[in-house]
Design a protein around this ligand. Structure first.
Ligand SMILES: C[C@@]1(CC(=O)O)c2cc3[nH]c(cc4nc(cc5[nH]c(cc(n2)[C@H]1CCC(=O)O)[C@@](C)(CC(=O)O)[C@@H]5CCC(=O)O)C(CC(=O)O)=C4CCC(=O)O)c(CCC(=O)O)c3CC(=O)O
Ligand SMILES: NC(=O)C1=CN([C@@H]2O[C@H](COP(=O)(O)OP(=O)(O)OC[C@H]3O[C@@H](n4cnc5c(N)ncnc54)[C@H](O)[C@@H]3O)[C@@H](O)[C@H]2O)C=CC1
Length: 161
């Protein structure tokens, strides 16, 4: 166990400003996940995926089509740096540390105040999984195993009714 263990805090994101920098596959995947918890997401990127452009058009995400600038982080609670420019991701990390904003840098696990979890959700149950930044495939595998177990137990519950 080489990495620190992170505490699984369950937070109300619905009233907090979340800024995602980047509009590629990683940013889009994370936005898709975050939309299950909040509509308060600003995404900033000169170029974005079709899916993200659609989310921008329909108003689910506040999509800003240009390079990021420092004032974009004003009042942010949480920032995800998911650009393909590691120097920029690094700079975003530095700014967020200065401002006291929770930050996740998608290409550097040593620059994550929080890890992005694998998530399974059913009704009021929310399960988040991390492998402590060491093994994203393992996080996915465990998420899938939990999903199967939960779905199987739902079948059992239903058949008992
Ligand atoms: C450390 C962490 C930091 C952070 O928070 O960013 C991180 C880092 C990295 N991931 C990389 C690659 C991929 N990650 C995924 C998927 C997931 N990655 C997730 C979390 C995390 N990823 C964080 C904690 C991990 C932990 O818990 O240990 C999940 C749980 C959540 C989410 O991202 O949505 C989600 C599974 C969700 C689910 O299915 O439930 C896939 C796709 C797949 O597996 O299908 C690929 C293949 C590429 C692609 O995306 O196509 C690389 C590039 C290097 C490499 O390829 O190895 C790095 C960088 C590095 O390791 O340094
Ligand atoms: N944590 C994870 O799960 C994974 C992380 N990565 C890392 O995540 C990062 C993003 O990966 P992808 O989405 O695949 O990249 P991508 O190349 O598809 O997208 C990069 C995005 O960054 C944006 N960008 C570039 N300069 C910018 C600027 N000045 N301001 C705002 N946005 C800017 C681009 O417009 C584009 O939308 C890479 O650094 C990659 O190494 C990659 C795979 C998995």
């Amino acid at each position: 166990m080489k990495n620190k263990r992170y505490f699984p805090m369950f937070i109300d994101l619905s009233d907090k400003k979340i800024v995602v920098v980047g509009g590629g596959n990683i940013a889009t995947r994370r936005i898709r996940t975050l939309l299950q918890f909040t509509r308060n997401i600003t995404a900033i990127a000169p170029k974005s995926t079709m899916e993200l452009q659609e989310l921008g058009k329909t108003g689910y995400v506040n999509l800003i089509t240009r390079p990021v600038k420092r004032s974009d982080f004003d009042m942010a609670y949480m920032v995800i740096a998911a650009t393909n420019d590691w120097k920029l991701n690094d700079e975003i990390y530095r700014v967020c540390k200065e401002e006291g904003i929770y930050v996740n840098v998608a290409d550097d696990k040593s620059k994550c105040d929080f890890y992005f979890p694998g998530i399974y959700m059913k009704d009021e149950v929310v399960i988040g999984i991390t492998a402590s930044g060491l093994d994203h495939s393992r996080a996915k595998k465990v998420r899938l195993a939990i999903q199967e177990a939960m779905e199987a137990s739902d079948d059992t519950d239903n058949s008992e009714e």
